[in-house]
Structures are given as C-alpha cells and as structure tokens.
Design a binder for this molecule. Structure first.
Ligand code: PHE
Length: 342
C-alpha cells in the first residue's frame, strides 16, 4: 500500500517541470513543504508498526532526497532561462554606445596613401638609415666636395666626426638601392629627415619625405611627368593640375620643382598659395649620369628619374592644416579630428 503510493510520488517528481518562478513555487508546495505529499509521508511515520519503521523511513528519505535534487535542478533551469530572456529584453534598435577608438595620425595615413598609389604602378618600398655618412647623403649624389650646394640643406653633423650626419633627404636611399640592385629599379622610399632650421608654421627640423626612383633603359622626362600627373590626380583628385618649374639639384639634370594647383582656392589665388594659385610639393629630375656611375650603373645604357616630396606638405594640403607644428605637438584636440566616425 505504502509502496505504491511512494512509487507514484517518485514518478510524479521525475516528471515535474518548471518554466518560471510560479511553477517552481507550485513544485515546492507539492513536494518540498511540510504539507506536501512528501511531508505527509513523514507524518505517516507514527502509524507505521515499529518493526516496519526502519524500512519505511529509508524509503521516505529516498523520496525526500529525490525531491530536493529535482528542486535544485528546476531552480537552475529557471535561472538559466531567465538569463537568456534577459539578453533579448534589450532594445536592439538603440544606438550603440561609443567605443573610444584611436585614430590614424594624418602623417601616417598620408604616407600610406602615397605608398598605395605608387605600389599599384609597380614601385616597391625601400628604407635606409636616418644616421647617414657623407657618401650616401652628399658625395654619391654629386654634391662636390666643399661646394656651397651642401649648404642648401642645413645639416646636423656629428661634432666629433663630420663624416656622420642625420640625413637631410631621402635621396640617400636611392644611392643605397642603386648600389645594391640592378636596373630595372622602381622604388619608393618614405622616411624621416632632419635639417637645422628654425621651427615655424612652415618649417621644422624633423620632417618626412618620400623619394621615388625609376631606373631602366629609355626612361625619359615624359615618364617622370606622367608618373607625377597620375600621382597628383590620385592623391588630390581628378581636377588637380601639375606644373613643373626648372630648378637645380646636384643629383638631377635637368631638374624641376613640382607644383600642383592650389586645392584651397582651386587656382584662383589665396593666402595658402600666396595668391599664385600653385603650391610646391617637391623636387624632381632626371638622375645625373654621375650619380648612376657613382652607384655602379652604366649611364650609357640606363637612364632614370627621381623625385622627392614632403609628406607634411602633402598632408597639410590634403587636410587643410595651416601649421606644421601641429603634427608633432600631440594636442588631442588636433588628433581627435582624425578619429574614425563611430
Ligand atoms: N632631395 C631633394 C630635396 O630634399 C628632393 C629631390 C629628390 C629632388 C629627388 C630631385 C630628385 O630637396
């Protein structure tokens, strides 16, 4: 008789389910509380004949344990379900909270963009040391010994050893590349350069250049012009015009300064272009045969062009930045403007 009742309670316990707090409470009332069916089994104890008390007690305790374990299981289930519904409770249409993200420094993004443009037309990347010797910075580049041309670039020399200096331009890298590679050479060398100049809105003692070099058979001035036309249009937009102005560099002959039409006023004349409608972005020219020979390249067989541009200059034009010093001051009000929009 008891046996049957107990078995029925056991199967009721194992079949029990609870999907929410109310059902949990119903389970508790039914199987756990004093007045529950299990409680009643305990109350029944006093009506059991003494010799059966032990056996009966064991059975009832088993049921009690089973009921408790099941209760714990159901509590866990309900909690788990609550957690899951909670994440769906949220309003998915609310705008996301802002994640504080860093931005890319304008000099870095400008440098990246320049590299990208030239890589697509077959230029590879090369780099050289910032601490240079006289040969790579000057002599190999056809700067005559003690010639005033060296004064053109106010150099930081090492006091104890005037053969060592901070490079004044990235042209030193073209020498290193030509010494180590055979034509055809098509290389781009971005990097930091140093000049002993007073710091102002337009000049700094540390800045960045990017050098381009193309050496092969039959390279002509038209190649130089077309390459730079392509660059200017990619960098600044289709409407941009390029102008070459005759100039002088010891390492190129003929040489030309590269100007682009002023992006600010569209060529009409403003204070950025000082009313001329043009702004200078760098120098260029056909590599002087002496330089090719200095680097072990046969100047009868090969010709080349080179150009050098200021990365700060290009970034200033691109982002309309009026003061060069902003690039290195790390003022967050300036830098924040280059953070990605979130
Ligand atoms: N090295 C030159 C400068 O710093 C720029 C330049 C590079 C000119 C290559 C011609 C060819 O002013």
């Amino acid at each position: 008789m008891h046996q049957e009742k107990i078995e029925a309670i056991k199967s009721a316990i194992s079949a029990a389910e609870a999907g929410n707090e109310d059902e949990l409470e119903a389970y508790r009332m039914k199987f756990i509380s004093k007045k529950s069916v299990v409680g009643e089994l305990f109350a029944e104890m006093r009506n059991i004949p003494n010799e059966q008390k032990k056996e009966y007690g064991q059975l009832v305790n088993e049921v009690k344990q089973m009921a408790d374990e099941k209760f714990q299981e159901l509590i866990d289930q309900v909690n788990q379900a609550k957690k899951q519904t909670k994440s769906f409770d949220q309003d998915l249409t609310l705008p996301a909270t802002n994640v504080a993200a860093g931005g890319i420094h304008p000099l870095t993004s400008t440098r990246q963009r320049i590299i990208e443009i030239f890589e697509r037309i077959g230029f590879n990347l090369s780099e050289g040391p910032e601490i240079e010797d006289d040969w790579h910075n000057f002599t190999a580049l056809n700067f005559p010994e003690n010639h005033p041309a060296r004064e053109m670039q106010d150099t930081f020399f090492l006091e104890k050893n005037p053969d060592v200096a901070l490079r004044t331009h990235t042209s030193s890298v073209q020498v290193r590349v030509m010494e180590n590679q055979k034509p055809p050479i098509r290389t781009l060398s971005p990097g930091r350069v140093y000049r002993n100049e007073a710091i102002s809105a337009r000049a700094h003692c540390i800045f960045h250049q990017v050098e381009g070099l193309y050496v092969d058979e039959n390279v002509g001035f038209a190649d130089l012009k077309n390459t730079l036309y392509h660059f200017a249009k990619e960098m600044f937009g289709r409407e941009t015009k390029v102008r070459f102005r005759p100039s002088f560099f010891p390492f190129t002959e003929p040489s030309a300064e590269i100007d682009i039409s002023c992006l600010i006023c569209g060529g009409k004349g403003c204070n950025v272009c000082k009313g001329s409608g043009w702004v200078e972005i760098g120098g260029s020219g056909m590599v002087d045969p002496n330089v090719l020979e200095n680097c072990g390249i046969d100047s009868k067989k090969y010709t080349g062009f080179a150009f050098g541009m200021g990365i700060e200059r290009i970034a200033m034009l691109k982002f309309q930045i009026k003061d060069l010093r902003l690039f290195t001051e790390n003022d967050v009000r300036f830098l924040r403007q280059f953070r990605p929009m979130l």
